[in-house]
Design a protein around this ligand. Sequence first.
Ligand code: ADP
Ligand code: MG
Length: 475
Amino acid sequence: MKKNISLEETNNVSNLNSLVWPSICKDIEKKLGKDIYESWIKKLNLVEEFKHYLVLSSPTRFIRDWVVSRYLDKILEITKLHKNTVSRIDFVIESDLNTNKGNGLNQKIQKDSKTPNVHFIEDSFVNYSRLDPNKNFENFVLGKSNNLAYQASQKVCEQIAHYNPLFIYGGIGMGKTHLLNAIGLKMRENHKIMFISAERFMYHFVKSIRNNEMVKFKDLFRKSDLFIIDDIQFVIGKEAMQEEFFHTFNALIDRGSQIVISSDRPPVNLTKIQERIKSRFSGGLVVDIQQSDFNLRLSILKRKMNEISKSFSDTIVPDENLLNFIASEMRVNIRETIGALNRIVSFSRIYKKSPSISESKIILKDLLNFAENHVTIENIKKTVCDYFKINVSEMLSQRRSRYLVRPRQIAMYLTKNLTSKSLPDIGREFSGRDHTTVIHSVKTINKLKNNKDEEIIKAIENIKNKILYKNHNEI
Ligand code: ADP
Ligand code: MG
């Protein structure tokens, strides 16, 4: 099952100095442990080997994303020990491979039969950023922060060269590439598309100069109807490179082609780019994607969860509360929000249960930035007392009235669940009670919850939400 990947590096060395993938796997297993190896790495296969990179296949996108987010660094590190020229690992999805079976490896032009107008590879030119069928308009979730960019992208598809160029900017993981990709997907039936990252553009430029292939370079990049260039902030090359880019840009505009650009900052802040290029960028429509809000993140999570459950019928779907937790805490960017969900789902798959909030905090520890700072014992005590309308001093007292006992037990239970404090520590924080009292409290509350005591369940959810998500609407 070999994917027919044309070569970007002309020196395919798969027959020389070949890697021994099984022995790399053994080392990975030693390093990451059997569980992780069996769950994830074992499912990957070596498809093709080049001098500077490997192509591995993954059965699903989900596994690929998981491996990439968690283990790719380690895999690369170990691979390098076997072959030090390897600097990168790429992935293909097995179902995609199957549909491409039968193309010759050394084909000069590889075109997907469904997408005759998309230039993937021509001679040694590889367009690295192939259109990803999973990033389309249909699954792009709309919110306040991305609505404008979405509408503008739609407009480009309806009326080519109306806004030219369309310049979309925003921070990392906000959905820029997703939108660019969606435009490419929608337009590829009837238009010649070039979809490339600025980095790859530079790479081809440098390589073409070196190989005396500038005519070919110009030809390739100037004949598209829709030229989509991602992450333009990486065009930081020398004058000659910018010169070429400027001419490509002008040639495309003259020919009536649509240009779509993404960047992590607005044109004026592209400090390393020539003024005249910047002013060209600003000449069309400039739109930004802003920080997502809680509701958008929650909708994206729900949608993702739906997709995952459709692909894996045995998926354990996290409850609403857990999704709220992820949406509320993973707010830096959408990629991270989705990454967090993937981890939770993976945990559920391995342990056959959905993690609790406190387990999730451990699973997502490196991604969370709240650092438990608003989950203090003081805050828990206060929130519990506010909810039950009692004083903190009353709750901490030795009195055994029922109206004080339950809140006290709930406060201890929440402290145990939401903080990393030990049982004796918690006892000390509650007027020097013994750790067995803490255990008893936790057990009592768990029992009530298990017996579906609605009042207790409601109280706990409510208080927990107040403690954990009180910063909901900050962004
Ligand atoms: P950027 O290019 O801005 O760094 P991406 O387009 O790569 O970000 O988005 C990161 C991840 O988040 C991708 O998996 C993308 O599909 C997803 N994503 C971003 N915004 C949305 C959205 N509005 N709806 C659905 N998925 C989104
Ligand atoms: Mg991107």
